[in-house]
Design a protein around this ligand. Structure first.
Ligand code: DOR
Ligand code: ZN
Length: 425
């Protein structure tokens, strides 16, 4: 099987390539990148006017299976990812049972293979049952193929236990993905703490709940020499702490989510529970700092924190609704609309933050387009406008704050190991 992608603007951050080329895919590999490739019996994709980039990689997705299949399954989450241009996704361990042992890791791989769409890389729990008490079966999970460790949704409250986890993680060359939240400080809060939360009569989550943990985790990473990846950065102080730590040589990387650079706490005003997310939407200054952090390289990756919840769970009082919003299908559109079209990131930087850097964080030989390299490719129409529709999601859930918003930038095709897994009709 071969596929010839004609006349697209090929942008690759690793090879510093940006120009109109054809790409010939044979089997699961890219066999040639050149101008005017002539080949007779190929399947041809006309990419004129489109961007052809390395397959996007999402470091932060909640697939909900096993345990919460009514919200999402490995199949439906993979379909949503493919539609969003992602060729690889990392799924967080807060399932039921938790991904804290080899059996569940093997299950996730088996189901994703059955789905046969995108690469699914499980993230193993740091502690058993995400309880923050005993370390999970890290060695076994590594053997089964986890790419990182995280108790996402929770911090590891005990610094001593996290230190031990970091020492183990280093032995197995696994990064720790840190959910930085001091639960004692954030307890009961449902939105950013400040003037808005007072006006709306909602209990706030103070920014210091994030900042203290970013600071603690950086110090532990410095002390243990472990690779630390800070998840969903939401505060300007966190950006500053990460910037400083990087300068000092700490092995720290970070990600931000599209909702944290597209929305502020003002979005909560209508009490729409689809604006309830953890960490919460913050202030204009935070959004500006995140954008600056993306631009100057402090924030390495853009990840979605795709967190599906059912309509009935979200259709309740703001205080009671679960935290989380879906993100797989709107991420690229938000990046193009809010960052590229507004002159904050170049396409090459987008490729860096959504493909090359995420691949590096999880140690996968992906995220770039080279002859002989893997044929995970995303094709984007950068000019096409579309409206986010409630009934338009492939995900099983529709808990998005972006419903009704017009986005510029449409994923036209997603190719995984040479196979088209999504094509815009
Ligand atoms: O908003 C969130 N939703 N934040 C998290 O940390 C967890 C996630 C979920 O699993 O729903
Ligand atoms: Zn999460």
């Amino acid at each position: 099987m071969s596929l010839l992608i004609k006349n697209g603007r090929v942008v690759d951050a690793k090879n510093k390539q940006d120009g109109v080329f054809d790409i010939l895919v044979e089997g699961a590999k890219i066999s040639k990148i050149a101008k005017n490739i002539v080949s007779k019996d190929d399947n041809v994709f006309d990419a004129k006017g489109m961007l052809v980039v390395p397959g996007l990689i999402d470091l932060h997705v909640h697939l909900r299976e096993p345990g919460y299949e009514y919200k999402e399954t490995i199949l439906s989450g993979s379909q949503a990812a493919a539609r969003g241009g992602f060729t690889s996704i990392c799924c967080m361990p807060n399932t039921n049972p938790v991904i804290d042992n080899q059996g569940v890791v093997d299950f996730v791989f088996a189901e994703s293979k059955k789905a046969g769409l995108v690469n699914v890389f499980p993230v193993g729990a740091i502690t058993k049952g995400l309880k923050g008490e005993d370390l999970a079966d890290i060695a076994d999970m590594k053997e089964s193929g986890v790419v990182a460790l995280s108790d996402d949704g929770y911090e590891v409250a005990s610094a001593a236990l996290l230190r031990m986890a970091m020492e183990y993680a280093s032995m197995f060359d696994l990064p720790i993905i840190a959910h930085c939240e001091d639960k004692e400080l954030s307890s009961g809060g449902v939105m950013n703490e400040g003037y808005m939360s007072t006006v709306l009569g909602l209990k706030g989550i103070p920014r210091v709940a994030e900042i203290t943990m970013v600071s603690r985790d950086i110090e532990l990473a410095r002390f243990t020499g472990t690779k630390l990846h800070i998840a969903h950065v939401s505060c300007k102080e966190s950006v500053a702490l990460i910037k400083k730590a990087k300068k000092e040589g700490v092995k720290v990387t970070s990600e931000c989510c599209p909702h944290h650079f597209s929305l502020t706490e003002e979005a909560v005003e209508q009490y729409d529970t689809n604006t309830k997310v953890n960490p919460p939407l913050r202030t204009k200054e935070d959004v500006e700092a995140i954008k600056k952090g993306l631009k100057d390289g402090t924030i390495d990756c853009i990840a979605t924190d795709h967190a599906p919840h059912s309509i009935s769970e979200k259709d309740t009082e703001y205080d009671l609704a679960p935290f989380g919003i879906i993100g797989s299908e709107t991420a690229l559109g938000l990046v193009m609309t809010e960052l590229v079209d507004k002159g904050i990131l170049s396409i090459e930087q987008v490729v860096e933050k959504m493909a090359l850097n995420p691949a590096r964080v999880i140690g996968q030989d992906k995220g770039y387009l080279s002859e002989g390299g893997c044929a995970d490719i995303t094709i984007i129409d950068p000019k096409q406008e579309w409206v986010v529709e409630k009934d338009g999601f492939v995900s099983k859930s529709s808990n998005s704050p972006f419903i009704g918003k017009t986005l510029t930038g449409q994923v036209m095709a997603t190719i995984v190991s040479g196979k088209i897994v999504f094509e815009k009709s």
